[in-house]
Design a protein around this ligand. Sequence first.
Ligand SMILES: [Zn+2]
Length: 193
Amino acid sequence: MRQYCNVCSYPTSTCLCEFVNSQQAPADIIILQHERETLHAKNTARLVLLTLSNSTMVSGKTASDFDKIAETVTNSKAALIYPGDNSQPLESTAFTAGQFNTLIFLDGSWRQAYALYSMLPWLWNLPQWHFRHAPQSEYLIRHTSVDNSLSTLEAVAYSLQAGYNAQTKNLLSLQNAMQANWQGPTQHRRNRL
Ligand SMILES: [Zn+2]
């Protein structure tokens, strides 16, 4: 039977704990996730949770699954990081001026993210931000043929870096470690069983 690490929840043979360097982000991070995405092993959202002590993820299928987090969001100065007709570039002074203490991300494919957005009306009134200068994604094990979209971890890292001038190498190096595991656990960690 396959054993799983109870801290990072990866199989013990590819446990990522030794690569985790925890830090606090300059804003609380909330990741909303479509339930179907939860099971995906290559999902980067949980790497965010392992790294950022003030990050949370809520997963659900119906709007009521998100009621509790909606209350938290309403009581904070929150920004939604999701492109749309009314979104502004995060790299603008308007973002900095907003002094947001909470950033919300929609995890999953574009289709799942859109489904979540459509289902949760309390998101619609939040100030919405997109990336004007998104970096090239380095998350290659799960790229889509459609676009070079960033992984959730990369979107979080870029937002913190561009919006708060924060250090994000702890996040990005954990994604690299996870990716290296997928590409070949044996060469990557030859000293372990
Ligand atoms: Zn672990």
